[in-house]
Design a protein around this ligand. Sequence first.
Ligand code: HEM
Length: 321
Amino acid sequence: MAALLFKLSILCTIVLKIILSVEAQLSPDHYSYSCPQALQIVEDVVVEAIQNETRLGASLLRLHFHDCFVNGCDASVLLDDNATFTGEKTAFPNNHSLRGFHVVDVMKAELEKACPNVVSCADILAIAARDAVYHLGGPTWEVQLGRRDSTTANKTAANLFIPAPSSNITILTSNFAAVGLSFHDLVALSGAHTIGFARCTTFKQRIYGDVDINPSFANFLRNKCPRNGSDNVLQGLDVKTPSHFDNLYYKNLLVKKGLLHSDQELYHTDEADPIVRKFSRDVSKFYNSFAKAMIKMGEISPLVGNNGEIRRHCRRSNKKP
Ligand code: HEM
């Protein structure tokens, strides 16, 4: 056991060193000369998408998370399956769940018109996530740029490393630690669930089994999601303001109205309580920590230098299959 823990700590140190060494190679100015209009192009598409359907802001934010947790932020999540290749889109946490791919296609098409072969799909996801949060009323931050795109994807890793809604606090903490994110980052980033929606299937177990749930909230949800009803009915992750990036997510946790089991796991452990309380009391502390954690998440093992490629189309690698 001691030997295993020792090996694990060495592995974590190596992973952290890799993350820290590539950090220096990303920069907010990456496209200042090669494509000065890049950030504006992405932002304009985000604004238009949100005007058409508010939820798309949430969907874009989630895409960046699901990208970064699997082999780093390399746009692997965007690759389509084809006859000879299986990507991450059909992995359990992504299948019939991730959305917003068509919005990324529009961004990429506009960017290719303005500056061909310059802006990576991985950077598009990072910029779009930042702009979506801001335009739904949340904080903003300087986004680090210069990631390149993978030529491949990893479905097995997507199944392993993207946390499930049934996860307990130990699993959540270790999933985040595996990519260099702290417990504080976990609580801050989970605040992303202040926007967007979840299908009944992701919280059915909770409303028919969990004890740590507000009874009237559980009743309300059971009416929406009958035991034998459709698994695809949607419920706001923040029951009160699912289109506004505020701190009600944390206030909901205090009264046991977290929608997912994994959400409520952040608030019944002594260690997590102070952070949830802090964010529920002070929205600026939440915004600050969320922005910092998003920058950290965006720096998970990016491809830089000559690694990877700048895809011409986000759904496929430039290399012929
Ligand atoms: C802590 C572990 C997490 C778990 C277990 C989790 C799980 C989930 C699940 C099950 C859904 C609903 C999916 C569906 O119904 O198809 C969801 C939605 C969402 N998640 Fe998470 N998530 C986690 C962390 C995060 C993080 C770190 C972010 C972003 C920084 C994020 C952003 C979102 C957003 C914005 C939505 C709504 C998407 C939409 O409406 O299209 N989640 N998450």
